[in-house]
Design a protein around this ligand. Structure first.
Ligand code: AMP
Ligand code: GLY
Length: 415
């Protein structure tokens, strides 16, 4: 199989790393990839979807896998399908589960799926009246894609109204904020559920937990994610069953009924409040860094699983009876601003651990840190403790100026 992976992060690297270990996989291309993906395959850089589809035809690509949400929301799957190419990911219409929070919330309400009480509106008076009916803490969200930044957790009504006004006026998030979702604040713990879907059926991957804040003890600003582990024991059998029965199944059914069959990764962000799972958000792709923690837990042919899902013939998945912990190492100024490129030194990589590279560029055989989230140290073991120790042993082997990582990944289950 020849495979094309769209994206440039640690998520895409980890998918490529997994595929490279499979007998069936011949050549892997990345568009655009990063300085290290070129070691797993070949980087190309084609933005236009029709041109990319032509590249896939000319290079006998058997399967295209889309990492990030932006090309999905822009309709890459629709274009590839026009050329009869196998591509793993949802169509533009189905990707609205992530690209429009208003669509997502209305979809949940219509299908009786539990989520925070909300209003979806572009009218300030209506929003302000709704906020007056809420308890003190309120969450204000821009409707469109804001690279994970469009969510404001307001501590009081004044702050909430100001956030809504700034969004509606276009001053905080441009067009993405011209419609706003305001919802009740949910106080619980978060889990990331991933289902590989073929339009009708799904298989569940190990449940992961992300760490969104920059600093230990969940302090500091929000980031794309500073570390993850899987499977999380916080996801009990009962909870998993509840999420499957009350969220994933009705979602796939509802999407199909609406003529938007969902193929790809359905990533359900869940907040568990008093043992009850509430949907915080849907994403239509793998999470990053959750993907880096999940990939080593798949025992079998990922290429076949994703190919079969892309043609509507999903098969079961075999999982390793192990745990993985993924620790993100970021650059000095992340998430505020970019940092100047720094040479990365890596000593011998310990057994049962590996690196998934993200924001790196290559100059001859050297790798430089030149993105926000630079690389991810992944440890694998029979227990979360062992996996965590391996990941941190590996972190100590990585050196570049200004590097930062959290020291408490998986703390919620390792107290
Ligand atoms: P979202 O993009 O909707 O997942 O929001 C980003 C993050 O904001 C989530 O991962 C949560 O940590 C937080 N968040 C979003 N909605 C709520 C809510 N209703 N209550 C509490 N926290 C929330
Ligand atoms: N780690 C969360 C995300 O990928 O959106």
């Amino acid at each position: 199989m020849n495979i094309l992976i769209i994206g440039s992060g640690g998520r895409e690297y980890s998918i490529g790393q997994k595929l490279k270990s499979e007998n069936k996989v011949n050549k892997i291309y990345f568009s655009p990839g990063n300085g290290a993906t070129a070691r797993l395959g070949e980087n190309i850089d084609i933005c236009d979807f029709d041109k990319l589809a032509n590249f896939a035809i000319q290079n006998t690509i058997d399967l295209t896998i889309v990492g990030p949400e932006a090309p999905l929301s822009a309709g890459i799957v629709d274009i590839f399908k026009k050329y009869n190419l196998a591509i793993f990911g949802p169509t533009k219409a189905a990707a609205r589960l992530e690209s429009s929070k208003a669509y997502m919330k209305d979809f949940l309400a219509k299908n009786n799926i539990l989520t925070a009480k909300y209003i979806n509106s572009d009218n300030y008076e209506e929003i302000s009246d709704f906020i007056d009916t809420m308890s003190e803490r309120v969450v204000v969200k821009a409707d469109g894609l804001c690279a994970g930044k469009g969510v404001i957790i307001a501590n009081n009504h004044k702050e909430a109204k100001k956030a809504a006004q700034d969004m509606l006026s276009g001053s905080s998030f441009g067009d993405a904020g011209k419609r706003v979702v305001v919802e009740e604040y949910l106080d619980g713990f978060e889990l990331s559920f991933f289902a590989i879907c073929d339009g009708e059926n799904y298989v569940l991957l190990p449940v992961a937990q992300d760490h969104k804040r920059l600093l230990d003890n969940d302090e500091g600003p929000n980031t794309g994610g500073m570390g993850a582990y899987a499977p999380s024991p916080l996801a009990t059998k009962e909870l998993i069953k509840q999420v499957e029965d009350d969220v994933i199944k009705p979602t796939l059914k509802g999407m199909k009924q609406d003529g938007n069959e969902f193929c790809g990764v359905l990533f359900v962000g869940i907040m568990v409040v008093n043992n009850t799972p509430y949907v915080l958000e849907f994403n239509v792709r793998f999470g990053d860094p959750e993907c880096e923690a999940i990939m080593p837990l798949i025992d079998g042919n990922l290429s076949e699983i994703l190919y079969n899902a892309s043609i509507g013939k999903l098969e079961d998945i075999k999982l390793e009876d192990k745990f993985a912990v993924a620790v993100v190492i970021s650059s000095k100024n992340y998430p505020y601003s970019s940092s100047k490129p720094e040479l990365i030194h890596i000593e011998t990589i310990p057994h049962n651990s590996h690196i998934a590279y993200a924001g790196v560029s290559a100059i001859s055989s050297d790798l430089y840190a030149d993105g926000g989230r630079v690389l991810v140290c992944v440890g694998v073991g029979d227990t979360i403790n062992k996996a965590r120790d391996k990941a941190y042993e590996l972190c100590k082997k990585v050196k570049f100026k200004g590097m930062h990582y959290r020291k408490d990944i998986a703390y919620q289950v390792l107290k």
